[in-house]
Design a protein around this ligand. Structure first.
Ligand code: MTE
Length: 324
């Protein structure tokens, strides 16, 4: 990941990506990310009109507890919202919270296209009614070596997929973040190939642990964490959790994903948390829990981030070193 050096990160975790990404690599990345759009209609969904409501911070009601929640103590709201990766705003960890405060998340609609019976567009309020909202307390492990425990509020991605009605031949689902350079300053710069894109295999997407988050603690999702709609796949590194999603597309081929396009030797499509497969430039064996005492030792990283019992079978027979 591209990181401007915050004082509290050891130099072993610093990755000056921009320094070695050549212009050529960037252009290839941009073309590949652009290809995600090709062939489908592109809806500039977040049409900012006078009915805009700033929903961040409002209380969510009717949230049920989930059997899939971790019993670990959640990280504080303050830490979760002040140590973030949101490159559209900043490559610094501490800046995105303030910078994203005025980002407009209403009205908002999600385009559904690709291998579906019928293309459609769903507005955020109808998406919120697709399934009951659940609290999902999940471990959140960033590829950079830090982790948190986050009480997300959301619903299974499978509920959206059901509403989208993909063709049986669809094998992958692709996600795309909004393109809003007027509100996201780094989208005017060559920081990443914009828009941010991600993808999952359909069985990963349909897994009951995979959710779309719309809240944090008992509140509407803060902008900095990906409001109004963000993907959470708890057994994968955090960068799979694409924020501010405006489009999902179904495909029979593996879609491009932003970090894989930017640095294919470092970030694979699968990106399952795996303490036995190091990042080419640092170990993935341990992690630093955000909010823990500075003197606390790093803790061991668990295979599939601790979700092996639920997800290991998705990858049986696969070489996880090759399919990193
Ligand atoms: N989604 C978008 N659109 N832009 C980003 O920069 N960063 C990713 C992921 N989703 C990112 C994104 C990375 S690298 C991580 S670790 C997580 O978001 C961080 O999520 P958090 O800030 O809620 O902890």
């Amino acid at each position: 990941m591209l990181i401007r050096k915050p004082d509290d990160i050891p130099s072993s975790e610093i990755t000056p990506k921009a320094a070695y990404l050549s212009r050529r690599q960037f252009l290839t990345g941009a073309a590949a990310a652009g290809a995600a759009l090709a062939g489908g209609f592109y809806l500039r969904s977040n049409s900012h009109d006078e009915s805009v409501v700033q929903a961040s911070g409002e209380k969510l009601t009717g949230i049920t507890k989930s059997k899939y929640s971790s019993t670990e103590k959640p990280t504080s709201f303050k830490d979760i919202t002040n140590y973030n990766n949101y490159y559209e705003f900043s490559t610094d960890k501490y800046e995105p919270n303030g910078m994203s405060k005025d980002f407009r998340t209403r009205p908002w609609s999600l385009a559904i296209d690709g291998m579906v019976k019928k293309r459609k567009s769903l507005d955020i309020d109808s998406i919120l009614k697709l399934a009951p909202l659940e609290e999902r307390i999940y471990r959140h492990r960033c590829v950079e070596g830090w982790s948190m425990v986050v009480p997300w509020v959301g619903f299974p991605l499978s509920a959206l997929i059901k509403a989208a009605d993909p063709l049986p031949s669809a094998k992958f689902i692709a996600f795309q973040t909004i393109l809003a350079p007027d509100e996201m300053p780094n989208q005017k710069r060559d920081v990443l190939a914009w828009p941010y894109v991600e993808g999952l295999r359909m069985d990963e997407a349909m897994h009951p642990l995979t959710i779309l988050a719309v809240g944090l603690y008992d509140q509407v999702l803060p902008n900095v964490d990906g409001a109004p709609l963000r993907l959470i796949v708890p057994w994968k590194y955090g960068f799979k959790g694409i924020k501010a999603i405006v489009k999902v597309s179904f495909a029979d081929k593996m879609p491009p994903t932003t970090w894989n396009v930017m640095a294919p030797d470092e970030y694979g499509f699968y990106s399952n948390v795996n303490p036995t497969v190091d990042h080419p430039r640092w170990s993935q064996a341990t992690e630093r829990r955000i909010g823990a005492s500075l003197f606390a030792p790093k803790q061991p990283t668990l295979m599939f981030n601790g979700y092996s019992d639920q997800v290991a079978s998705l990858y049986s027979g696969m070489d996880l070193r090759k399919n990193f």
